[in-house]
Ligand binder design. Sequence first.
Ligand code: ARG
Length: 721
Amino acid sequence: MKKLLLTIVLSVSLFFKSFADEGMWLPLLLGQQVYNDMVKKGLKLTKDQLYHINKASLKDAIIIFGGGCTGEIVSAEGLIFTNHHCGYDAIASASTVEHNYLQNGFYAKNKGEEIPTTLSVQFLVRIDDITSQVLDSLKGLSGAERVQRQSAVLASINKRMSDATQNIETRVSPLFKGNQFLAFVYQRYTDVRLVGAPPESVGKFGGDTDNWEWPRHTGDFSVFRVYTGADGKPAKYAEGNMPMKPKWYLPVSLRPLKDGDFAMIWGYPGSTNRYESSYGIQLATDINNPTLVKLRDVRLKYMFEEMKKDPAIKLQLASSYAGIANYWKFYDGETKQLLKYDILGQKKKAEEKFNAWAKGKPEYAGIFSDWGKAYEAWRPYSKHRQYINEGIFGSPLMGFAASLTQVEAALVKTGSTAGDVRKAVDAANKQRTTFLAGENKLSDEHIVAAVARMFYEDVVKDQHPVGFYGTLKNNYGALDDDNTYKKYAADIFKNTMIFDDAKWNAFVANPDAITLQGDPAYNFANAFYTNYSSKYAPLYSQFTAKNAEYGRLYLKGIMEMDPVKAKMMYPDATFTMRVSYGNVKSYRPRDAVFYDYVTTSKGILEKYKAGDYEFDLPAKQIELLKKKDFGQYMDPTRKDLVVGFITTNDITGGNSGSPVINNRGELIGLAFDGNYEALSHKLAFDKDLNRTINVDIRYVLWCIDKLGGGANIIKELKLMK
Ligand code: ARG
């Protein structure tokens, strides 16, 4: 009896432990139980200080930064901290070979020196629960019909709840796979300026070798500022705009960290699928992930070859390269971890349990056999789809050329007017300018040649574009010979009007279908695009509609099956504001290996490799670190500069730039990565191994102040000692 009691107590506390660190909670719906657990873990703030419907609270300091990152307000004048990799594109765009801020870093000495960008940031104004309204309008619908109706309903609500005159944008997010609907109301500010960034060698220290891994020594931060019109409202860039006066900003802690310290992370996790089916896991590990990795391998290789040769090309391709490389390593690691921990087996077990419960319940009993059939029907085409997205249209030229199908449609469709043609051509003309600015022909030509051959060999023959490879063989030679594809790609790049201003302008002035159809780049893109979109895209839509349907029912069933647990479930990430809480914590990644919870300047010096592409550093940094010139940023216990630290928080891509906040609501670091051992986190959270990798705020300030001479920025902050 006693023993039994002990096991019950143990399992409850185990459950509680995993529950505490796993979870991306909606701040609006932060249940009392979750809040109480935060307090138990050390939080000193009240619920109202975290999130309040009409009073300023911590959540007002958290913003969507750019297209897919998080940022936080850290001063009374709208100063923003985010990651270097989130500001990367803006920093690269502001740079030239002569003023290379990406390479050398940049700090504005005063507001006049801050650099305008095309970025915008969004503040969350409020969240409305509109579940019953949406579910009412979907009653009785299923499958594709439901998917279509849902997107129409959400679009009309979004429109009704938005107001362009105030830059108010509403986006309804389906949570729990469409079992709950919340309307998130944002206000967008479009005057965002670059204030500072470390040299890339610091901001991306360790490059792709260290990416997604701990121990880490990356200074992954950058600094921006949001401006408003004189009335304090969102305004387009104008020299006379004013720094925003925010409702809330985060004070910054200089206090030392201890293993076990409370840490919460606020931000915008992009997507997770923690209730993915076993079929989905299998498709990812068998086909989708390996195909993506293989194709990205090739693209990265050819891009890197050109970037190495010329600093101007490096600047031009850097941002795109970093993005491709980031998820190349992610999906490779995800596959490995899914297999290593037998996530497939775990999912199957959970599904068996569900099936046993579902027996005799008509709404749920057949889900998994139907779901399996939907996957079986789609599986033969899934590799083809990866080839389209990551291979054929992984070529920037082909990506642009495929967009010209719109122009062709306008030219040949019956009933289309001269106005329609003009509109399509003008749009293409504008897109071409953007495309050309980012285009490196040498790497792209290699990519086209390589992926054309890979498609031929890897995708089953009966899915090839009809006649395409036969013609290629007739005109250029054997299909198992690289030279065939090289000659073909060379001809495309030499002869397409897309690179030829005279030919292109003549076409824009006088668009006709024959010219477009005769263009070799268009020909290539169109062959693959039309083949895929006419025959396989409809199958994909059928598949995703079914997948959505069974996913929604599965989750609905799970919540019905265990109502107590249902009350404590958090919804999958949907790029909506979440809070995750946990602790600063060391871990054991594998047998006999122990990972400390912090990294220090000592490790920077150990990794430093002069002249290396990923591990070089500014001479001044090495000098300062060797002298141990850490100033007020030194960690008193370690007598060193703490660079990074890890926490047990549950985050994912989109959280990049998120503030790591201590129990008093002060900024202690910026989250910028997840660890390799838990890269399957989107599909299955590992309660033992999952860690968030953060840059310590004291290292950020040291880089700004000591390395960058940006004392003016430090002065703006509220430092807590
Ligand atoms: N893994 C980081 C994230 O997804 C991005 C790091 C960017 N650095 C790089 N080497 N590609 O947030």
